[in-house]
Design a binder for this molecule. Structure first.
Ligand code: DAH
Length: 346
C-alpha cells in the first residue's frame, strides 16, 4: 500500500500540466470516482487495523497534494494564461535558510559561566555606566591614586540636573565594580562571577579596543585560603584549556587585592615547547587575581576580621583569541560573516 502511494505521488509530481487539456486529463486520471486516488481509498477500506493510522495519513497527504496541484494550475489557466510554460514543483522545499551562529565572545563567556557554575558560583550582572565609588574608590583607588592611570577612563558628561559636568560618572573600566555592588547588597558567603562589557580609552589596534568583555570572580566567606584560590583557578584552567594544563602564579599589583598575582597557563598550542603565541616562553597570561584587600571588605561594610576572600578578573577576548588563535581583536566587532561562520560548530 505504501509503495502504491509513493508511486502515485511521484507520478503526479512528474506529470506536466501546460494547457487546459492537460489539466482536464489530470482531473480525469486522479480526481474522479474512477480515478487512481479513489482506487487507493478503496484499497484502504480493507487494510489491517494497525496500519490504518500511518497509511491513512499518507493517503490524505497524497490527496491534498493532488488537489493542490490541480487548484494551482486551474487558477493559472483560468486566470487568462492559455499555457503554463515552466512547471513549478510546489512540493520542493523552499530555498534553504542559512542559520546564524553564536558569536565567539558569547561562546567563551557561556563556557566560563558553565565551568564556574559547576563549582557553585552564581552569575550576576550590573550596570556599565558606573559611579566613581564603585569603579575606583571602593576598590581602594581613592582620587589621585596612581593605579587609576592603569585604566584609561571614559568620563560621562551628566545633564545639569544629573549632578553637573563629570559628576564622577564613568563607563566602567572593569567588572570589579560589580564586586562592590554585590558586597554592599549581600552578606557572606558570596560566591559569584560577573560577566560584562567594559570600556577603556585605548587606541584601537590588533591588540586593544575601546571596549571589551571581562568576567570577574569573587568568593567571600570565613577562612578562605590562598590554596582555595589556586585550586579554583587550576580547575578553571584545566576545564577551559585541557586537563594537561598547569598554572603559574606571578606576583603582581592590584589595589583591591593583597597579595595580588597574575596567572599564566602552560601554552596549550605548542605544549609549552615555545611558539609565537607564548612568544617562546611556554606560558601565556590569562588573568589577574588575589586575596581581597581587607580595606575593600570594610568599604562594603563587611567585617574583615571575620571574613576574607579571593577575587579574579579575566578578559573574554583574550581567552577567545588564545583558544581560537585569533590574532586581531577587531575581528570580534566587525561582524564579517566570513569570520563568524567559522564558529558554527563551536
Ligand atoms: N580589574 C582588573 C583589570 O581589569 C582585573 C583583576 C585583577 C580583577 C585582579 C580582580 C583581581 O578581581 O583580583 O585589569
Amino acid at each position: 500500500m505504501k509503495d502504491k502511494i509513493d508511486n502515485l505521488l511521484s507520478e503526479i509530481e512528474k506529470m506536466e500540466i501546460k494547457s487546459k487539456e492537460h489539466l482536464e486529463e489530470f482531473r480525469l486520471k486522479y480526481l474522479t470516482k474512477k480515478g487512481k486516488l479513489t482506487a487507493l481509498f478503496d484499497d484502504f477500506k480493507v487494510i489491517a487495523n494497525e496500519e490504518r493510522k500511518e497509511v491513512g495519513k499518507n493517503l490524505n497527504e497524497l490527496k491534498n497534494k493532488i488537489q493542490d496541484k490541480f487548484n494551482h494550475y486551474k487558477e493559472k489557466l483560468e486566470g487568462g494564461e492559455e499555457t503554463v510554460s515552466a512547471d513549478i514543483d510546489l512540493t520542493k522545499p523552499a530555498n534553504p535558510v542559512a542559520f546564524g551562529s553564536r558569536h565567539p565572545i558569547s561562546i567563551v563567556r557561556n563556557q566560563i559561566v558553565e565551568i564556574f557554575s559547576r563549582i557553585g558560583f552564581t552569575v550576576k550582572e550590573d550596570r556599565e555606566v558606573e559611579d566613581d565609588w564603585h569603579n575606583f574608590s571602593a576598590l581602594n583607588m581613592p582620587e589621585d591614586h596612581p593605579a587609576r592611570d592603569m585604566q584609561d577612563t571614559f568620563f560621562v558628561k551628566m545633564s545639569p540636573s544629573g549632578g553637573g559636568e563629570g559628576g564622577g560618572v564613568v563607563l566602567r573600566t572593569h567588572t570589579s565594580s560589580v564586586q562592590i555592588r554585590v558586597m554592599e547588597n549581600s552578606k557572606p558567603p558570596i560566591r559569584s562571577i560577573f560577566p560584562g562589557r567594559v570600556y577603556r580609552k585605548e587606541n584601537i589596534s590588533a591588540r586593544a579596543h575601546c571596549f571589551f568583555h571581562q568576567v570577574e570572580g569573587l568568593y567571600v566567606d570565613e577562612n578562605v585560603s590562598f590554596a582555595d584560590l589556586k585550586q579554583t583557578l587550576l580547575y578553571f584552567a584545566r576545564e577551559m584549556f585541557g586537563e594537561k594544563t598547569d598554572i603559574r602564579l606571578r606576583p603582581s599589583y592590584f589595589p583591591f587585592t593583597e597579595p595580588s598575582m597574575e596567572v599564566d597557563v602552560t601554552c596549550f598550542i605548542c605544549g609549552s615547547k615555545g611558539c609565537s603565541i607564548c612568544k617562546g616562553s611556554g606560558w601565556v597570561e590569562i588573568l589577574g587575581c588575589g586575596m581581597v584587600n581587607p580595606k575593600v571588605l570594610e568599604n562594603c561594610k563587611i567585617d574583615s576580621k571575620k571574613y576574607n576572600g579571593f577575587a579574579f578578573g579575566m578578559g573574554i577576548e583574550r581567552i577567545a583569541m588564545l583558544k581560537y588563535q585569533i590574532n586581531d581583536i577587531r575581528f570580534f566587532y566587525e561582524n564579517d560573516i566570513r569570520f563568524l561562520n567559522q564558529f558554527k560548530s563551536a
